[in-house]
Design a protein around this ligand. Structure first.
Ligand code: ZN
Length: 323
């Protein structure tokens, strides 16, 4: 069926968490220049999959590519632990033509190979942090700066500073949702102003397991479920699930019902009205509603599209996604 992108999500209970007050508008502190030694990178041989290979819809990938290739700003990837944040971030890097745009990466323990990228790794034994290496990276005058993760105030400030200085900065913060990622950057940078003025987009990611093609079982979803999910009843034929009452253990999945996984993404774009909302220290629900006006497809809806096309189950998305 044609994806119904205006459907209202089911199983979504927005956590109306207030943004922490900060009330302080600090200018970004100057970052101390560390010693001039350039740290040695660690080699990795495995490359992150392209985001479309990982599960991103091609239309969404087109929108995201345009944002990632803007001349300056900050792109943030986010996910909870073990939900593919690094894969999303390194996949984002693959959207940059690094042979045409000089790209320098500041990485603590690379997760994937970074082809065509100058890679700097902080020397922990010498007390170097990611933030201390960012100025070394900027000395190389990159057009794209990759920072493996923003974990502290120093890194947040250095990344925001770079994002207003003529570079596109790609980085990540650990959080439960795209709205929480914005809140986290506001807190870490201690400046709503610098967060609001630098963030171009936030990409959220989760994994869901793929139904085993050998044993998945089609069923007619109940009218109640279709109604709750605001799906057009006449266009929904079958959903799929793991087999109920299987006579023997499936040799393909050893009875698990799932083989492999795919990624689900949610892309929040920061527009001028969204910047004003971020500055106003809003509830996360206000960010989410504004994102909707810009056409954001909620992660639960993205997941539902994968249920509709039979690659995963309702049970799996309820397990894997925020409630
Ligand atoms: Zn199976």
């Amino acid at each position: 069926m044609k994806p119904c992108l205006t459907l209202v999500i089911f199983a979504l209970i927005l956590t109306a968490k207030s943004f922490a007050q900060d009330g302080v508008r600090n200018h970004i502190d100057a970052v101390d220049k560390p010693a001039s030694r350039v740290p040695e990178p660690t080699e990795r041989t495995d490359e992150a999959p392209q985001l479309t290979e990982a599960g991103m819809r091609s239309k969404l990938a087109g929108q995201y590519r345009e944002l990632v290739n803007r001349p300056q700003g900050l792109i943030l990837c986010t996910a909870p632990t073990d939900s593919g944040m690094d894969a999303a971030l390194y996949g984002t890097l693959r959207m940059i033509n690094t042979s045409q745009k000089k790209t320098v990466a500041v990485i603590q323990s690379p997760t994937y190979r970074t082809a065509g990228v100058t890679c700097l790794e902080p020397n922990a034994s010498e007390g170097q942090s990611l933030a201390k290496v960012i100025p070394l990276a900027l000395d190389q005058k990159p057009r794209v700066l990759f920072v493996s993760q923003i974990v502290d105030q120093e890194t947040a400030k250095a990344a925001c500073r770079a994002a207003t200085g003529g570079q596109m900065v790609l980085s990540a913060v650990r959080s439960e949702s795209v709205e929480e990622a914005i809140e986290k950057l506001c807190d870490l940078s201690n400046s709503r102003e610098s967060a609001a003025s630098t963030i171009v987009a936030v990409l959220g990611q989760r994994y869901v397991r793929l139904l085993c093609e050998n044993c998945k079982e089609g069923y007619k979803p109940s009218p109640k479920l279709i109604e709750a999910a605001h799906l057009p009843a006449d266009k929904i034929d079958l959903f799929f699930r793991t087999p109920r009452n299987a006579k023997q253990v499936c040799p393909q999945c050893q009875g698990l019902g799932y083989v492999g996984k795919t990624s689900i993404f949610e892309l929040l774009t920061v527009t001028a009205p969204m910047r004003r909302i971020i500055l106003e220290n809003p509830k996360t629900s206000a960010i989410r509603q504004e994102a909707r006006k810009n056409g954001m497809v909620y992660i639960q809806e993205e997941a539902l599209l994968k249920v509709i096309n039979g690659t995963t189950s309702i049970d799996e998305i309820l397990r894997a996604l925020p409630k």
